[in-house]
Design a protein around this ligand. Structure first.
Ligand code: F6R
Ligand code: MG
Ligand code: MG
Length: 364
């Protein structure tokens, strides 16, 4: 019998602006998921939050895109949203674009990453949750985990990893996808995924077709063509015994790489790996955060988690992220801190230009 891990996340309201969700919202989600546990819809769950996003980590036997599982998550978010509205939390119900549920959460606002798999003798599964950034933020770390031998020693020295992995890449502008094999097509892969706002790694598979990683790639601003909320992503990564080791899966996050998001979704800044307790983006609404939770999945139950970045070995990364944040913040409204105008989630630029049109003169 196969096991599915589903992570469904949404921002449904937070305290102190877009800073941190409220514990009562998590309690309400807990109530709903507990009910689903009793009725056998899910087998186990763990609820966390990264900044203003609630992440529902669920295990079950029902496969991907299952209506009952997705409805459970949506119901939890709706129920918690009622409380968010009573408390007048900031952005209450922000990511719930529809009042009525239809089939699965795709296109309804919440982000979703899932992997169905046959459990091995022992099955470590890692979940990464971000706030104040976009799905393309996972392109670099996933590339390093599954394709870079300078990160993942196993690609060179473990015969089970030596064949490499395949990357399923979404073009979110054209709604197309392509699968590229590594190491054979590494340069083609990099040519795409370096454009993090357009090409996003959706899944990574081994050469036998087992899914090793899955990412939320829901881009809300593209649903209906305008800004409708946030796309703070999550990723699920399977580790060990034929997949990269736990340590190889966290290693890329020791480099606080530049991602898009931060203030008003319109700035570049470093991705800071943090413990669960520190997943509270405050400075300039950031800098962007990632938290990591390491589980063992055992007969569809979640054992753990280990708080993966609650480790002094990541202190230096955080210090470096702060230095980078200080440096890039000094650019204020200038690129490359501020995004090019066409990429900004909020932009007053068209209005400013329109106002100035009558005053623009030809340059002779
Ligand atoms: C970024 C984010 C925040 C808000 C900012 C302005 O992902 O959520 O930086 O964009 O706080 O929020 P509003 O427009 O709601 O005042
Ligand atoms: Mg918010
Ligand atoms: Mg958020």
């Amino acid at each position: 019998m196969k096991t599915t891990i589903s992570v469904i996340k949404a921002d449904i309201g937070s305290v102190s602006g877009h800073c941190v969700t409220h514990p009562e919202l998590m309690e309400r989600c807990d109530e709903v998921l507990d009910g689903a546990l009793e009725t056998g819809i899910i087998e186990d769950y763990y609820i966390t939050r990264c900044g203003d996003d609630i992440d529902l980590i669920m295990t079950h036997r029902k496969g991907e895109l299952n209506e009952e599982v997705h409805k459970t998550a949506y119901d939890a978010f709706l129920y918690a949203t009622e409380r968010a509205r009573e408390l007048k939390l900031y952005g209450a119900g922000q990511d719930l674009l529809e009042d009525t549920f239809s089939g699965n959460v795709k296109g309804m606002g919440p982000g979703c990453a899932e992997i169905e798999f046959k459990e091995r003798k022992s099955d470590p599964v890692l979940v990464y949750c971000c706030d104040k950034t976009e799905p393309g933020a996972f392109n670099l770390p996933l590339y390093k985990i599954f394709a870079d031998p300078f990160n993942t020693a196993g690609l060179v020295i473990d015969p089970k990893l030596h064949e490499g992995f395949s990357f399923e890449v979404y073009d979110v502008m054209e709604h197309k996808k392509v699968i590229l094999d590594c190491p054979e097509e590494m340069y083609d892969l990099l040519a795409l995924i370096g454009s993090t706002g357009r090409y996003m790694i959706k899944r990574v598979l081994n050469k036998k077709g087992d899914v090793a990683a899955s990412v939320t790639t829901d881009v809300l601003k593209l649903i209906g063509g305008k800004y409708k909320g946030k796309d703070d992503p999550v990723a699920i990564v399977r580790a060990q015994s034929g997949f990269p080791a736990n340590g190889e899966c966290v290693e890329p996050f020791a480099f606080p790489h530049m991602v898009t998001g931060w203030m008003r979704g319109s700035h570049n800044g470093p991705l800071m790996p943090v413990a669960e307790a520190d997943a509270r983006p405050i400075r300039f609404d950031g800098p962007p955060r990632v938290l990591g939770l390491g589980f063992q999945v055992s007969d569809a139950k979640l054992v753990g988690p280990v708080d993966l970045f609650d480790d002094p070995a990541f202190d230096e990364t955080r210090r470096q992220a702060n230095q980078v944040a200080n440096y890039i913040r000094r650019h204020g409204p200038f690129e490359p801190h501020r995004l090019p105008s066409e990429d900004m989630e909020y932009s007053s630029l068209p209005g400013v230009i329109e106002k100035l049109v009558p005053r623009f003169e030809d340059i002779k």
